[in-house]
Design a protein around this ligand. Structure first.
Ligand code: ASP
Length: 597
């Protein structure tokens, strides 16, 4: 090795020892005839002192060092003089007195600071990703990711799970997104699909008798990107035979609890994880992925609103709508401008407006309440509303009267925004919960057909099977989600394990017999060979690490992410390919595309 120690491992116990270090120049300072270098490697940072009285040669090398030069330094570890210790550095009690120094490789000036954590324009940090990854925060994130994966592997291994890889070139498996397709050269005109998930393959492993499977699986979904989306992402994919939904949830609870306690002992959990029904989650929080770290829960005031003279409430109710709201503490003094901002936010969620009601004074009387609605409400109605929200002085009520989906969406957004403004969510808390009892199907208004709420392999609740033909909307699925701090971390279900029943569900979802056969023929046949009852789950690993790292975007925990347009700007991918490659694949770009090249 070109070094004897790592920079970050040195401490007082090494005092007097000769060390050889190699790393990057993190910072350089010239002080009163000496040069100080913060030398950085993966393990940390240590201060190196170049004193011409000790080595003129090394001092001269130090003079030519710049940020991010790679250097090798030989010297002795010394306890820092009293008063010059650096409490912020793990190695802050000591320094290395340089005797020799050699530049192993110079560096161009980086386009952004490595030593500061200031924000960098996204295109820059993606283009020079290898530099961005040198930043200590990013480095820690990737190491945390490694620890999380290692913990999961060890945990599941100890529980008797077997990790099995499944292929990347497969056939389409529906998870609600577009497929990435790969043309086959050897089979002209035919395409592989990249897995949106290993769903059918993991079920086939259950048929094969591997009753506890898992995989750290790469999945690909061609969808429009958002902050927490990437065209390719990693799942902890898992499947078990002979289980029911509570067994999977219990396993997940144990996994997450022990994971957090091991890799993030400073973070708190709410134990046991609450189980919320889909109905309860949407009623209380307006969403099936609630942030349960804070209150601001939604209350329904449709019953009170129905008796008022307030036209906005009444017409929403007449159109099968609802009137619901949240009570935000300490915002009763909001200015017109601040309220207008909230109204704008509500409108951006599709709501026609937002009814605000400020309780500035002590008493809840018509005169003390500031709201456009107040004059249409009797003192009794006002009191009823105030009681329902358990109003306190300086509270602000935000109410939406609209179609139920819009009411929920708007109040969910307002809840999140207000919690952020008021710092209501404890950053050290990981509030996991399980959402259960989802509807089995969802009506697709635009296409006039039923869609699976999860995916087509999910089983309905066995006791609801009789309703499938007569009242499909009332059937619940054996589907569950894991939610944490307002983020959907994963989903899973108990599966259908019988061919006839799977065919019935396919037909309910609008697949013709031929279509079901051509898309899922092999899978359907496998169900006829003694498929065991089984179920599983998949957890978004990028999101899990993002939450553990306290980051806001999964890009901060992925080594080489793509940008908003699904482009890898560092490697310049996707890119055009040679014509002969396209010929081999029997592909010809459309003329318009060719013209733009
Ligand atoms: N394949 C599903 C998904 O990717 C998870 C599961 O049902 O296990 O969401």
């Amino acid at each position: 090795m070109l070094k004897s120690h790592n920079c970050g491992e040195l401490n007082g116990n090494h005092a007097g020892q000769k060390v050889i270090l190699a790393g990057w120049v993190h910072r350089r300072r010239d002080h009163g005839g000496k040069v100080f270098i913060d030398l950085r490697d993966r393990e940390g940072i240590v201060q190196v002192v170049f004193n011409p009285q000790i080595s003129q040669e090394a001092y001269e090398v130090a003079g030519s060092l710049r940020s991010e030069y790679v250097v090798q330094v030989t010297g002795e570890v010394a306890i820092r003089p009293k008063g010059t210790e650096n409490r912020k550095l793990a190695t802050g009690d000591i320094e290395v007195i340089a005797r020799e120094a050699a530049i192993l490789n110079p560096s161009k000036t980086p386009p952004f600071y490595i030593s500061e954590d200031e924000e960098v324009e996204e295109s820059l940090c993606l283009k020079n990703r290898y530099l961005y990854l040198r930043r200590p925060r990013l480095k820690e994130n990737l190491i945390l990711r490694h620890r999380v994966i290692k913990f999961i592997r060890d945990f599941l291994d100890a529980k008797g799970f077997v990790e099995i890889e499944t292929p990347i070139l497969i056939k389409s498996t529906p998870e609600g997104a577009r497929d990435y397709l790969v043309p086959s050269r050897i089979n002209p005109g035919k395409f592989y699909a990249l897995p949106q998930s290993p769903q059918q393959l993991k079920q086939l492993l259950m048929v094969a008798g591997f009753d506890k499977y898992f995989q750290i699986a790469r999945c690909f979904r061609d969808e429009d990107l958002r902050a927490d989306r990437q065209p390719e992402f990693t799942q902890l994919d898992l499947e078990m035979s002979f289980v029911e939904a509570p067994d999977i949830l219990q396993l997940m609870e144990e996994l997450f609890t022990s994971l957090v306690k091991t890799v993030k002992p400073g973070m708190r959990l709410v134990e046991p994880f609450p189980r919320l029904s889909y109905k309860e989650a949407t009623e209380r929080f307006g969403t099936d992925k609630p942030d349960t770290r804070f209150g601001l829960e939604i209350r329904d005031i449709s019953d009170i609103s129905a008796n008022t003279d307030f036209q906005i409430f009444r017409s929403a109710l007449a159109n099968n709508g609802k009137v619901k709201g949240i009570c935000v503490p300490g915002c009763g003094h909001y200015t017109r401008h601040q309220l207008d901002e909230l109204i704008g936010l509500a409108k951006s969620c599709g709501a026609q407006g937002l009814v605000t009601m400020a309780f500035a004074g002590e008493a809840v009387t018509v005169d003390e309440v500031k709201s456009a609605a107040a004059k249409y409400l009797t003192p009794g109605q006002l009191k009823e509303i105030a009681d329902r929200f358990e109003i306190k002085p300086d509270d602000l009520l935000l109410m939406v009267a609209d179609k139920p989906v819009i009411v929920n969406k708007t109040l969910d957004e307002l809840r999140r925004q207000m919690a952020q403004r008021l710092s209501l969510a404890d950053a050290s808390l990981l509030a996991f919960s399980f959402v259960v009892d989802f509807p089995f199907l969802e009506w697709n208004e635009a296409e006039n057909r039923w869609e699976p709420m999860h995916h087509p392999f999910t089983a309905p609740r066995w006791e609801d099977v009789g309703l499938l033909d007569s009242e499909p909307a009332r059937v619940h699925g054996q589907h569950y989600d894991v939610v944490c701090n307002g983020c959907e971390l994963g989903s899973g279900s108990v599966r259908i394990h019988n061919r006839q029943f799977q065919e019935k569900v396919f037909s309910l979802l609008g697949y013709s017999k031929e279509e079901a056969e051509s898309r899922f023929g092999g899978f359907l046949e496998a169900l006829e060979y003694g498929a065991p009852p089984h179920g599983g789950i998949a957890i978004g690993l990028d999101r899990l690490v993002m939450l553990l790292a306290g980051e806001r975007s999964i890009r901060e925990v992925i080594a080489f992410p793509k940008n908003q347009n699904a482009v890898d700007v560092m490697l310049d991918s996707p890119s055009y390919v040679d014509k002969h490659q396209l010929d081999e694949l029997n592909l010809r770009p459309k003329r318009e595309v060719l013209r733009s090249q």
